[in-house]
Ligand binder design. Sequence first.
Ligand code: PMV
Length: 350
Amino acid sequence: MRREHPTAVARPLEQSSAGRAAAVAHPNIALIKYWGKRDERLVLPWTDSLSMTLDIFPTTTRVRLDPEAGHDEARLNGVPATGEARRRITAFLELVRDMAGLPQRAVVDTRNTVPTGAGLASSASGFAALAVAAAAAYGLDLDATALSRLARRGSGSASRSVFGGFALWHAGRDTGTATDTDLSSYAEPVPAADIAPALVIAVVDAGPKAVSSREAMRRTVDTSPLYQPWAASSKDDLADMRAALRRGDLEAVGEIAERNALGMHATMLAARPAVRYLSSATVTVLDSVLQLRRDGVPAYATMDAGPNVKVLCRRADAERVAEAVRSAVPESLVLIAGPGHGARLLNEGG
Ligand code: PMV
C-alpha cells in the first residue's frame, strides 16, 4: 500500500528559524537488516528493512547559517570534522541548499553519545538529527516522510531514526525516473502490539570498524554468492516480522531478527575477500544468549557492521539478560535500551 506524500515546501528564511535550529535523534537497531545498495548516489537499498529506535545514545545537532562563510564547518563532539566525515556532511548540506534554493554555508555542531563507528549506528542518529536541524535552519517545511527521505541520503539507516518505536524503510520502486524512485524510498512507523521489548547492548569493542559499511555492502553485493538468496529470503522475513509485531509475539520477533542478522553476516563471510565483523567476544555473547534460551528466557541476538551484540528480550527479563551477558564478557560495557522517540526539533529559543 502506497500513499501520496506531499513534497517539501520552502519558506522564506526570515519567517522560519532565523537560520538556526537544533534537533535530537536516537540510533535504531535493525531487526530486518538493510545490507546492499542498488543506487549509491541516491542511497537506495535492494531490500526493505525494519528497526527499533532506541531511547539511549542520543545525538544532538545544531545548525547555524553563516552568510559570511565560504565553506561549511562541522564539529563532531567539539572536534572539527575532517576527511570522509566532513565530505559527507558537506554533501548533505548541498542537498538541503538545493531544496531550499539558498546558497549560505552552515556551521554544524554535533554531540554524539554513541561510540562512533562501532556498528552502533551513530550515522543513523547523526544524519536523522542533521536532516531535521538543517531542514529547519534552511527554512524547509518538511513532513516526516520527506525528512526520512532526506535523512536517507546521508546514511540509509538514518531514514528509520526519523521515527520512534518500530519503523519500516521501503526500498522503493524503480519507475524509470530517478525522482520517482527517490520519492518512493522512505521509512514509516509500523503497527505493533505492545511487546514491552528491551535491547541489551553488549559493546564488546567500541573502536572504529576496519571496513566501512559502505565498502562492505558494495563488496558483498558485487562478489558474495549468498547475497541474492539472502535478499530474497529477507522479503519473507519482513512479512513474518510484520505479522509477529502485529500479534505481539516477541519470541517470533526475536527468532526472525536473529535469523535475518546471521544470514546478513553469512553474505559478508562469503564475499571475496570476506568481510568479518564478528569477533570471538561476539560468539561468546551468542553462546550466552543460547544458554538463556535453554534456561527458558526468550532472548535473541542481532549484530550490525561491528562485533557488538544487541539482545532482544522482554523488558521484564532485561536485567537478567544483562547479567548473563556481563558475566560472559566481563570486560564489556552492557547497557539496556528500550524503544525511543523519533527525531525532533529542540526549542532553544532561536
Ligand atoms: O549505517 P549505514 O546506513 O551505513 O548502514 C548500516 C547497516 C546495518 O547497520 C548493518 C544494518 C541496518 O539495517 O541498520
